[in-house]
Design a protein around this ligand. Sequence first.
Ligand code: PNS
Length: 160
Amino acid sequence: MSLAVCPGSFDPLTLGHVDVVRRARSMFDEVVVGIARNSAKSPLLAAEHRVALAREAFAADPGVRVEVVPGLLADFVREVGAVAVVKGLRGGADFDGELPMALMNRHLTGVETVFVVGDPALAHIASSLVKDVARFAGPIDDLVPPGVADAVRAAWAARA
Ligand code: PNS
């Protein structure tokens, strides 16, 4: 059985992420969505909240499960027995950011990173932009799975 990890901050999960995870699932028997810590980012939503939202989004997707990555992605990949890491690309800037991580993860574990090109109709969606639009009361409901928009709005309201 082949298993892949789709790691990310997922702060918040977007329709672009969902598209990439489903494409990964079409290539691997099982996909673990790994909610990880990006040292360069300070998350709006707590990790457990991101996990709950992702579990809800993939509840009807057999072969997809959601876990927290507690530390190094390379350790997690080894623990779950993944044969690949899968990441989505929207364009060249994504690739520039992903390449060093793919090389480092292969250096640490020998595991390959597979890049998936997502639906171009979703290429404008980025978690950072979703947060920014919501922060200033813009509409995000058609950018994220059900439940996520309310969670993002509530998180901003709690910070106000
Ligand atoms: O969605 P992101 O923020 O682009 O995802 C990046 C993420 C979270 C996958 C990356 O920062 C990561 O793997 N974090 C876990 C800690 C780790 O392994 N860091 C070294 C990466 S080479």
